[in-house]
Ligand binder design. Structure first.
Ligand SMILES: [Zn+2]
Ligand SMILES: [Zn+2]
Length: 267
């Protein structure tokens, strides 16, 4: 069973891949199932780009390809929704019960963008990381309309720093991550392993294997794998290696979703 659960089509402002190209490439790779997870970021603070999806159009387009390729691949209705403490009610309303799978992601913190660096203004590296984690904790304590939290330690990718340390090395960050993981587990939610993370230091997905180990030790079971592809070449990038490492940690299954319900598959 092979699946990629984080894929962006041209419904995301930062991808030009059509859904047809995405589906065709996934079939060519021999995948049994994919989740298309385009961006929906409500009140995104970078005005130069808009990550909002017309849900009706989007879901209709997915249905078209579900039909077209029904004998070759299962295509799930996913979304990657940008979470922030002040828009949670709007996120809930947007999700409704219309998706199979929802990645809850943090692309901003304290109403400032991570990608363009605004959030880091005035903070030292660790101050920024700690503030980011506090804001993630606040959200997961108050919101559970998602299936998995996307690229949990993405903060390491951004900011203009010379090193990208493992967040668990810092005591305060360790405690916050542990609390975040406990809330996720207690609420029957999961984590994604995002293989675009190898672009940072070549060694780890997002979150890092150390964080995944802690998740496992705390009893975390719901785990999806996704490449976060914005083009056909990245689909399933580093999956074999990642699954090998996950098994070393102790994980023996990965998760897919249908109507927001998890389904487990032996790995
Ligand atoms: Zn993302
Ligand atoms: Zn993404």
């Amino acid at each position: 069973m092979l699946f990629d659960y984080h894929l962006h089509s041209h419904f995301s402002a930062d991808s030009e891949m059509t859904m047809d190209e995405l589906c065709q490439a996934s079939i060519d790779l021999g995948l049994n199932e994919i989740a298309i997870t385009d961006h929906h970021d409500i009140d995104y603070q970078d005005d130069t780009i808009e990550f909002l999806i017309d849900k009706e159009k989007y879901l209709m387009e997915i249905e078209k390809f579900q039909q077209k390729y029904k004998d070759q691949i299962k295509i799930k209705k996913g979304v990657e929704i940008g979470l922030q403490p002040h828009i949670l009610q709007e996120c809930r309303e947007y999700i409704a019960d219309d998706f199979d799978f929802v990645i809850g992601s943090f692309h901003t913190a304290e109403q400032a963008d991570l990608y363009n660096g605004d959030f880091f203004e005035g903070y030292s590296q660790w101050e920024a990381y700690i503030q980011y984690l506090k804001s993630v904790l606040e959200v997961v304590q108050n919101y559970d309309d998602y299936s998995v939290i996307g690229h949990l330690d993405i903060i390491r990718r951004y900011g203009d720093f010379e090193t990208q340390p493992e967040l668990l090395e810092n005591k305060e960050a360790f405690d916050l991550i542990k609390q975040i993981l406990k809330v996720i587990i207690n609420r029957n939610r999961g984590l994604e392993v995002n293989t675009s993370g190898y672009r940072i230091d070549g060694k780890n997905p997002l979150p890092s294997f150390e964080i995944l180990k802690l998740y496992y030790q705390l009893g975390g079971e719901i785990l999806t794998i996704g490449s976060d592809s914005h083009n056909t070449e990245d689909i399933t990038q580093k999956f074999n290696y990642t699954i090998f490492r996950l098994k070393e940690i102790g994980f023996n299954k990965l998760t897919t979703f249908a109507n927001l319900e998890p389904k487990f598959h032996q790995i």
